[in-house]
Design a protein around this ligand. Sequence first.
Ligand SMILES: [Zn+2]
Length: 225
Amino acid sequence: MRRGTRRSLSAAVCLALLFCFAAQTVRADPPDREPRVALTFDDGPHPGRTKRILALLDRYSVKATFFILGCNAEYYPEPLEMAVRAGHEIEDHSFDHVTRGKTVRELEESITKTAEIIERASGRSPRYFRPPEGKCTPELDSALATLGYDAVFWTVDSRDWTGKPADAIARDVLKTVCDGDILLFHDYTCPGENTLHALEKIIPALLSRGFRFVTVEEMFARSEN
Ligand SMILES: [Zn+2]
């Protein structure tokens, strides 16, 4: 039952990814429900950037989802603890961002090692996994199935990882975003502070449009209702 639900959710995520631009027909919402959007951050925690993003989220009382790397969390436990204390969702992005060429067993170890770090920091077991570079392999699919994770991708890529200027990130995200979107950002790999400065424009703009920020878990809980 649980596994079936998870597979359905994964399918829903893939559908959202494929049909983002036809979202009005896929995600018809009751007119009395506010539009929702999920901010997600990959590759952290980072000792400086994660903290500054957390401060911005706190300023607007916005909750987000962080797909962390276990190796970075081992180096920088403090920003992870801060994210937990602030009530953000912490999920798994592998231990070292390497999935290609690994066996099922090695992938399971990478995912589990990161999950143990998340459990120690938060007391909660992750249930979602974001495949590094958004790529699934048969080995990764097998590892996720064995461990009971859902693979979660995104519907809008901010492309902050390219070094794109903050103004362009904000412009393109705000032009594209629609109800039910999962937005991809990074709190580690991006050069400079373009992610932070883009979010300084994106968050208040979406709040003014009536969007509610939810975690990935909340987004999918809505789909199950
Ligand atoms: Zn990544």
